[in-house]
Design a protein around this ligand. Sequence first.
Ligand code: AMP
Length: 215
Amino acid sequence: MTNIILLGPPGAGKGTQARRLVEERGLVQLSTGDMLREAKDSGTEMGKIVADVMARGDLVTDEIVIGLIEEKLDGEKVGGFIFDGFPRTLAQADALGALLARKGETLDAVIEMRVDDAALVDRISGRFTCGACGEVYHDTTKPTKIEGTCDECGSTDLKRRADDNAESLRQRLMEYYKKTSPLIGYYYHAGNLATVDGLAAIDDVAKSVAAVLDR
Ligand code: AMP
């Protein structure tokens, strides 16, 4: 079983690379952001609690996201997980370690996707996704071939995230630097950190990620 964490600020390309790994290696993507957005869209009690927090760009409580991950890990047996957007705090990292250990699983790689802030603002402000299949696009760097239609599945349900605006992004980046970036040191010392250049073209980032997994 291969379990990996994709670590990096919002807009680093974690979701894009996770989707490729799902396709190419049959791993299961666990995105706490996607899970929380689903809860919000379906109007569950938890969804109502997290909606404002997410819109501001703050982090949801450790308790909620750890609970979401725990539920998924207790599900059916799969070839491995890609943790995308989790863990985001040291407490979450400790909890993940304990959950994996309890299941007799290991964490095989933590891949830090490094990008600079100027690129993040640009990437996030142009980003949109397909509501049906989840494909990620960008106004200038990866537009759809036919305007308003997903290249992958033909859906016209293309969406922009409510928190992909300048103000929320500023807060999301602050949260990243204050609470998530310490995980780089944490995993470096645990011995499983690898860093890839997240500013490279999507295919080149995918090659660097593959090189880490196949080393
Ligand atoms: P993402 O899709 O990963 O950018 O996450 C969107 C938003 O969901 C974040 O800005 C947080 O408000 C919340 N969120 C997602 N994952 C986590 C997490 N691991 N811990 C706390 N909050 C999270």
